[in-house]
Ligand binder design. Sequence first.
Ligand SMILES: [Zn+2]
Length: 286
Amino acid sequence: MFFRNWRRRRVLARHPVADADWQAACTALPLLSGLDELALTRLRERCVLFLHDKQLTALAGVALDQPARLRLAAQACLPLLGLPELDWYQGFREIVLYPDDFLSPQRYRDESGIEHAWDEARSGEAWQQGPVILAWPGVLASGTLDGYNLPIHELAHKLDMLNGAANGLPPLHANMRLQDWAEAMQSAYDQLNTQLDTDPDAQTQIDPYAAEHPAEFFAVTSEYFFSAPDLLHDAFPAVYQQLALFYRQDPLQRLAPALAALAADRATPSAADPDGAHGETGGIPL
Ligand SMILES: [Zn+2]
């Protein structure tokens, strides 16, 4: 513990973040709205430690300057802000930033033993004991309050992988019950799948990608938890409760003023949008 604290203090002292850069990062990230001074200070320190621990590898075409590194780190560290400072993002060191979506080779052996192989377009990937890959346009599109957040999605997979293969069950805290988690997640997952089985084009309350696999359900609902908690809470309140216990945060309460302002903005036709055609309420921007 002594060594850990000493090392931590040394890293923080040697890699200070300029106030202007930090302010710019916070301003650019609506999903940080409502964090108090104490939480922002903690987030700032965690960002420094994160950027020291992880190697961000930018491929050609990715403009990774210090403000961009900070924005990425702040989104990566936000989910851990309520948790004790342990090595939650362990088992990998590198985050690779691709300039665009990429093709990932997929394989599947069907019941008759025939192997199928195809390439799937991806904007992110998290490998067990391997790097996290993020497509830069997806990173740039993250940070707002619309339910989409690529860094949080892929890092949720990493939390899920802390206790084995990604299956939608990260290691729960001692004050949580496995049965409560399983019931909340399973019934919501089943409900979403039933809705999509009935109508594949259904306007689901959360991104239908969550219905692909229990691991995707956890990753997608984690995105909503931090960036559109109102939509998640409306759709699956029990899932919201379990994620609040897991992340030890209540973004629905913290973001309430920001979400209310956003809803008012959407409801009021702006000068650039005189007929209000793009100002309907109730739409889910994905
Ligand atoms: Zn995923």
